[in-house]
Design a protein around this ligand. Structure first.
Ligand code: LMR
Length: 329
């Protein structure tokens, strides 16, 4: 019975109505900005494999890595327009839509992937992920990448004063800006696809990112120092277009939903290993001098950044802070 589909569609009408019981023929686009050797791309691949296999090839998933289809600047508006059906941007890039997405940038909020996952799977996290329905965007799952570490071209960072006078690139958001300003540094938000060149040309002195992003984009080629800090995180929201989602008939939606779950499992289980392996590769390349902070040195950064919690309590919410504490303590 599965072979007898009468409904035919292609990428140009992904999102057309279909109330039938046959799997819809669709081409789904998944666009992202990072390289292939990263948790996000590995998650997207697992999702593609599952969906294409389970649908006997009726549903095709095209993955566009490295900002090759859309970049940070335009992927959201293209999701809203249903030109792409899945994106998985860094949560901190959505603070313009909802300041609660600043959670991922709060200093030292989550010790590891596990606590961040527990927060975003919990009630408050789910509320935030699903807060973009007015734009026609549905947040499905959080995919982790990991803790961020600082790189720069000027000097080793061991204490807050070391950042004075430097300028850092941010992913975006008021909390990230406040972090750098509390540490005496300037900051500028720059799309990920332009970051290598910005570092190379000295538009900014440094940046913070996960090890897999630093390694796979070779930022260490254009930086001299790296400090292992884990001061905040890159985590993603898997976003889809609500109109596209609602246009899927039951058997089609079931497969795609299960595919997103497979991708979620993959991203969550691979993130730490990919970041650990990236650190080894960065060490082998030997381009940056790596500083590992002692617990006492970390404590000094924590204290310097603690006032940020008060500063943003009204915007992010005391209830959200409580939910973070509940998973992290
Ligand atoms: C960055 O812009 O540094 C990251 O958010 C990129 C990404 O998607 O991991």
């Amino acid at each position: 019975a599965c072979g007898g589909s009468s409904e035919k569609s292609d990428s140009s009408n992904a999102g057309s109505e279909n109330d039938g019981n046959d799997i819809q023929e669709l081409t789904i686009k998944f666009s992202h900005v990072v390289a292939e050797n990263t948790p996000k791309h590995q998650g997207a691949l697992a999702m593609k494999e599952y969906i294409e296999k389970e649908s006997d090839g009726k549903i095709k998933v095209e993955i566009y890595p490295n900002s090759s289809l859309f970049g940070d600047q335009d992927e959201y508006q293209n999701l809203v327009a249903n030109n792409v059906q899945f994106i998985a941007p860094d949560l901190s890039k959505f603070v313009g839509q909802n300041p609660q997405f600043n959670v991922t940038s709060l200093p030292f909020a989550f010790p590891s992937d596990d606590e961040a996952i527990a927060f975003w799977d919990g009630e408050k996290g789910q509320e935030i992920l699903r807060s973009l329905t007015d734009d026609g965007v549905l947040g499905l799952y959080m995919w982790p990448n990991g803790g961020k570490h600082m790189t720069n071209a000027k000097k080793p960072i061991e204490k807050p004063e070391d950042l004075k006078g430097m300028k850092f690139r941010t992913q975006g958001g008021q909390v990230q800006e406040a972090i750098y300003s509390a540490l005496g540094a300037g900051s500028e938000s720059i799309p990920f696809g332009e970051l290598y060149t910005a570092l190379d040309q000295g538009v900014v002195d440094g940046q913070d990112n996960t090890l897999s992003n630093i390694e796979s984009k070779k930022f260490d080629e254009v930086q001299k120092y790296m400090t292992i800090m884990n001061h905040n995180r890159v985590d993603y929201a898997v976003f889809t277009n609500t109109k596209f989602w609602d246009s899927l008939n039951e058997p089609t939606k079931e497969i795609i939903e299960a595919g997103v779950e497979k991708g979620t499992e993959k991203a969550r289980s691979e993130a730490k290993a990919l970041n650990d392996a990236a650190l080894e590769t960065i060490k082998e390349r030997g381009n940056v001098k790596i500083t590992e902070l002692t617990p006492e040195q970390i404590e000094v950064f924590k204290e310097a950044l603690q006032p940020i919690y008060d500063q943003f309590e009204d915007e992010i919410g005391a209830d959200v802070y409580e939910a973070i504490r509940a998973v992290s303590e």
